[in-house]
Design a protein. Sequence first.
Length: 427
Amino acid sequence: MNQHVLDPAPRSYVHSIYLLARSNRGPACAPKEQSLQDVHDWLLHDATRIDSVMLMFEEFMWRCQAANLGIDRCTLHVGTLHPRVIGFSWVWNSTDELCDEIAADASAINNVAFTSNPLFKVMKEGQMIKVDLETEEGRNTGSLMQDLAEQDYTAYVALPLSAAGEMHNAMTFATKRPGGFPPVDKERIRSLIDLLALHVERHIVQRIARNVADTYLGPIAGRRVLDGEIRRGDGDAIKAVVFMADMRGFTQLADRLSGPEVTSILNAYFDRVSDAVLRHGGDILKFMGDGLLAVFDQKTLGEEAAAEAAVKASKAALKAIEGLNENPPEGLPDPDLWQPLKIGIGLHRGEVFFGNVGGEDRLDFTVIGRAVNETSRVESLCKPLGRELLMTAPVREALSGDLQTGLNAMGEHALRGVGKPVAIFAA
């Protein structure tokens, strides 16, 4: 998942929590008057057609507000399967009329601000917690309770919804009504939560499916598979710039380092190269040992833009590897055992088949075709030609300005499986 940093103002979130999306539709997104039965019926019918958790949750809360249930602040928390994120949350309150979707990255589990929050016990142990914010004891429960009390909230309730792996899903409620939530409101609210929880479970399953598909297939291929392209042969012929990167000397590196040490170096290398590709609009299709295969789709980006994006991504990747050599992060083996890390990148432009290939019961969503094979051959020339980035004439022809004039002609070279020599250029 790519993190798009959004400014959370006028709200603020602790480190390791970042804002993904925000809705500010306010009370206008719900009827002005609602009965408990109205909200109940909405959950059974119209709410099922809302695809966004954030928009569904926001409308649910404003409907509860219209039903006079006394909820002035509410949060919803769910766990997920994702390599970098442990969970998602939605935060609504009636004061600023905002509804935020936020994510907690993996480091949040070690953040004192998170583990000391009463919500952590709810999610970890399945406890229900009630705090009377009108008492000194309640206000001193933690920093969050102090903050809520200063904002005139009188009661806070956190309860588990259901277990999702090792952590429970959860909701929290806070009110500004004197005396907190009266018993009759607690029962009315609970009857709605049970229905809302079913929607939450449905959305969690869908989100996890998207996360897994995006993580292992990439966002474009993952979306296509989830949309139903699951049969062998499903796919399209596309015109794209094919990007292939390979680490120099990987075999020797694997011979002298342990498996975990090699893995840590590979991950550092792939982190930097894949980040450069994704930031420039490429779609990563496969990690092959120490190699990476990606495409820049001309239909999506445009012919010239796809070529420029591929070249800029390549240069950014090489600069990132240079930074890795100069300032290796903690956790990597002794630099003397692997530095300098060198890579080669090959670019070629042509038509490829983008879709499902494999056996009847085990498929791979990838790209195949002559252009892919030729890109591999171009990349293999990096070492003998002493260059880090090579490309073919079709890529050069799609470029303009300095990106084109700044290239060096490396002559024509025979590529295995290609009938005639191919003009190669170096950046």
